[in-house]
Design a protein around this ligand. Structure first.
Ligand code: FAD
Length: 273
């Protein structure tokens, strides 16, 4: 299937993109990044933007920057146009290696090569790895709009299915991870390799937090989480066509235990050199 008619614009800067989004607001403009979600939705006519604002040529939006905070902690800034594959291949140090390791769960290689971190966060699929990682690690999403830049905590960013706190004329510029998580892991179950997860679970042993995807319309963070049984039993799940609640509860139980075991094993690997 082919998409409905649209007008293509190539933005030269973030300010230019914001200006186009504001100016064309009445005609449903959409930003185009890797196109791995948006173009498929357009082809299926699930999205019919009147205008596409291509940000892939905006300088400075791709790349990973590491710095050190005043307290000596590592800070990671991932530009919105950075691809999943670039993160997978990067050496992020033990503090943020969980991000690279988690990328193997994102689709197939061609999708990881084109799809972007900012696009994933903006698309806000409740099982998307980036959404889960951002919530688990208390990341901040930096967005630019007509009034300038603002930061939104990941915990307040995801509002519902494919719905975020982003204004229609805002562009995600970067995602900031400033709480190192050397003892963290993400794991999941999908029906076929490369598919979106049925259920995904992440664990950070330093905070004791667990995040679950596929069990609600937004990533579910459980702080000071209990045993896998306690976490799974507390989930508010309903039967869905082909996916009984009990099946997802069982997956959640297994995956939380697995994520914790993988996080602990990672630490042992690091200390064994
Ligand atoms: C077969 C298949 C399997 C997949 N499997 C997975 C998977 O397992 N896990 C997973 O996480 N993803 C998966 N994906 C999706 C993939 O990760 C996409 O890359 C991602 O969801 C969107 O990123 P994108 O750069 O392609 O964004 P696009 O498709 O270009 O855009 C997606 C949405 O985000 C908006 N947007 C893009 N960039 C910005 C920005 N900087 N600021 C504000 N809004 C922006 C767009 O306007 C659009 O609404 C899969 C895709 C396919 C086709």
């Amino acid at each position: 299937m082919k998409p409905a008619t649209f007008t293509y614009h190539r933005a030269s800067s973030v300010r230019d993109a914001v200006g186009l989004l504001s100016e064309l607001a009445e005609e449903e403009p959409k930003l185009l990044a890797g196109g791995q979600s948006l173009v498929a939705m357009m082809n299926y006519r699930m999205a019919r933007p009147g205008h596409l604002v291509d940000i892939t040529h905006v300088p400075g939006l791709a790349g990973i920057r590491r710095s050190t905070g005043d307290d000596g902690r590592a800070i990671l800034r991932i530009g919105a146009l950075t691809t999943h594959r670039a993160v997978e291949k990067a050496d992020l140090g033990p503090e943020f290696a969980v991000l690279s390791r988690a990328m193997r769960w994102v689709g197939h290689l061609p999708i990881r090569t084109r799809g972007t971190v900012g696009g994933s966060i903006a698309h806000a699929d409740a099982t998307a790895e980036w959404c889960l990682l951002a919530v688990l690690l208390d990341a901040r999403i930096v967005a630019e709009g007509p009034a300038g830049r603002r930061e939104i905590g990941a915990g307040e960013f995801f509002l519902g299915p494919f719905t975020t706190a982003l204004e229609p004329d805002e562009v995600i510029v970067e995602i900031v991870f400033d709480r190192p998580a050397p003892r963290a892991a993400l794991t999941e179950y999908a029906d076929r390799r490369g598919d979106f997860a049925v259920v995904a679970a992440g664990a950070d042993l330093d905070t004791g937090s667990v995040v679950l995807g596929g069990v609600a319309t937004v990533p579910q963070l459980v702080r000071a989480a209990g045993t896998p049984d306690e976490i799974a039993d507390a989930l508010d799940l309903r039967d869905e066509p082909g996916v009984p609640a009990a099946y997802r509860r069982g997956l959640a139980r297994t995956l939380v235990a697995r994520a914790r075991a993988e996080a602990a094993a990672t630490t042992e690997e690091d200390s064994n050199g």
